[in-house]
Design a protein around this ligand. Structure first.
Ligand code: FES
Ligand SMILES: [Fe+2]
Length: 433
């Protein structure tokens, strides 16, 4: 029996012991010591626009109903009937404006969680029936940041803003709360959630996994580790090439990203990049960037979208944020990608990844895209070529790390610091009862 706690002292900048991934007690430790203690993303706000709309957020063996109870209030409820424990709602979403009814014995609850109807209540006559108040649905704490609803099961957790600090402050200039979902895809992987997460928190894999980008420059993954339990990495450097001048290099890179990602680099970005080609032939990288930045704003505003007023070019240096424990945000001017990683409660060692592509829209033009679920990697084919390159590694990593000779991960201490940092933060939670 391998225990996570046996490898607790083995973590180094350049090494993560195998027990951090495959220890037999890890699912239990995560269930008891991680998920109940942190703030986590439950859903996007635009998924519940009307009073009574709910989303069923599942994390490991827990399930929560995230309900819009009024125009300006969201509540969450443990999705557990106080009668005999049935999950109240098993669908992903729906509307409970008329009350939350349990279909087992027809108990009913209002949007404050109070029980409002119990059939044949007189049956308790002469017996001790629990106080009605004690039968109310249990509510975890909820709060909103970045256009998303977050929840924590931990009554003692610091406020959301404090938990997210300093990531929230660094991400605020992107005005993610002004963005809406462009598309939302949910993938099921036969791979542990930590392996999936770690494929998205460093840029060291660019050369091997996204070689098309090497033509235009390189991404340094050197991370910033002074972000509390969170971390960030990024900074892309365009390198000179023999056959492309600075204008063409900028344009070709944006085009490549836009054509492979179906997100992050959208119409305004591409329109501004086209305009870059009209600059004089002897333009420098600095000329290109200055004009692109100006034109990007013009293109956003020409479409009736809101330019993130406080955003500066310096904010663009961090291209990816890892928000502990299971959220990654890649913000761009046009919107961004937002990932959430979770264990699959039905299948040990399997995981679920949510991918929200966010974009800016003119008022009234926000779409209501469906939530698309992909049960296999094969079924995802053609949905996002760039992500497919990342996904192609996952199964093979899971398979390779099952070998009897696998002892752990040998990290590049500069380029993969964020992976180390994630495991360090995991220790803070999993080692403590
Ligand atoms: S379990 Fe819900 S009403 Fe009986
Ligand atoms: Fe990648």
């Amino acid at each position: 029996m391998t225990s996570y706690l046996d490898g607790i002292d083995a973590l180094r900048h350049e090494f993560i012991p195998a027990s951090d991934y495959i220890a037999e007690d890890l699912p239990r430790l995560e269930r008891e010591r991680l998920w109940p203690k942190v703030w986590q993303v439950a859903c996007r706000l635009e998924e519940i626009p009307n009073v009574g709309d709910f989303v069923n957020y599942e994390i490991d063996t827990e399930s929560f109903l995230i309900v819009r109870v009024s125009d300006d209030e969201i509540r969450a409820f443990y999705n557990v009937c106080s009668h005999r424990g049935r999950r109240l709602k098993t669908a992903y979403n729906g509307n409970v404006a008329k009350g939350i009814a349990c279909r087992f014995h027809a108990w009913r609850f209002d949007l404050e969680g109070k029980v409002t109807y119990i059939p044949n209540e007189e049956g308790w006559e002469g017996c001790q029936m629990p106080e009605r108040d004690s039968l109310a649905l249990i509510q975890p704490r909820v709060d909103i940041w970045g256009g998303a609803v977050w929840l924590t099961m931990n009554p003692d957790s610091p406020p959301l803003r404090e938990f997210l600090s300093p990531a929230a402050e660094r991400l605020d200039p992107f005005d993610l709360n002004d963005c809406r979902t462009l598309w939302y895809k949910v993938l099921h992987f036969p791979v542990d959630w930590k392996f999936v997460l770690e494929a998205f928190v460093e840029a060291y894999h660019t050369e091997g996994t996204h070689p098309q980008l090497n033509r235009f420059g390189y991404t340094s993954g050197a991370g910033e580790l002074d972000q509390g339990i969170h971390s960030t990495h990024g900074s892309y450097t365009l390198v000179p090439s023999d056959d492309l001048d600075p204008r063409q290099r900028w344009h070709e890179r944006m085009k490549s990203l836009s054509e492979d990602l179906y997100s992050m680099f959208l119409e305004p970005c591409m329109a501004a990049s086209e305009r870059v080609l009209t600059l004089p032939e002897d333009s420098t990288d600095a000329d290109v960037f200055t004009n692109y930045w100006k034109w990007h704003r013009e293109e956003i505003e020409a479409r009736g979208q809101k330019w993130p007023e406080n955003l500066t070019p310096a904010d663009m240096a961090s291209t990816a944020w890892q928000i502990f424990p299971n959220t990654s945000i890649l913000p761009t001017v046009d919107g961004g990608l937002w990932y959430r990683f979770r264990p699959d409660p039905e299948k040990p060692g399997h995981s679920i990844m949510d991918v929200w592509a966010l974009a800016r829209f003119a008022p009234g033009e926000e779409p209501r895209p469906p939530r698309e679920v992909y049960a296999t990697l094969e079924s995802f084919k053609g949905q996002c070529p760039f992500l497919e390159q990342d996904f192609a590694n996952l199964l093979a990593v899971q398979q390779g790390t099952r070998s009897r000779i696998w002892k752990g991960v040998n990290l590049n201490p500069r380029e993969e610091t964020t992976v180390y940092h994630f495991h360090k933060a995991m220790r803070q939670y999993l080692a403590e009862d």
